[in-house]
Design a protein around this ligand. Sequence first.
Ligand code: HEC
Length: 113
Amino acid sequence: MTSAGLPIIGNATEVFVYPDSHIRTLASSCAACHGSNGNSAGITPTLAGLEPGYFSAQMLAFKDGSRPATVMHHHAKGLNADEINQLATYFSQQKRVANTAPTPQKLKVGHDN
Ligand code: HEC
């Protein structure tokens, strides 16, 4: 059962626990759009500090197509339920920081301000 010699937590259903390095590698692939540690600097939603149950539910909804998406259905389909649950825990533990993107300035006509 533990072909890679990794721990299995047995319960009603078996859960495969991936090593942290695997989850961090997966999470770094999300950073391109969702920002460092899940803190988005743009319009892509911030993942840092999301409630794990909400995170997993969204990922499963992207996976089965019940939540329409522009790109996330592709990313979700490549992950299994155990990876999604561990990513949910990982991102819930990341500190949410204020958006550091520069805010647009309002300039008066004539640029006299
Ligand atoms: C190519 C850019 C891109 C990448 C890479 C990406 N995402 Fe997303 N993500 C989005 C966009 C855009 C949305 C908004 C839904 C949509 O249009 O697909 C989103 C939405 C989400 C949401 C829903 C957030 C909410 O508040 O409802 C979750 C959860 C999520 N992404 C997780 C991930 C994870 C985990 C990864 C890495 C495995 C990842 N994303 C990689 C662009 C990306």
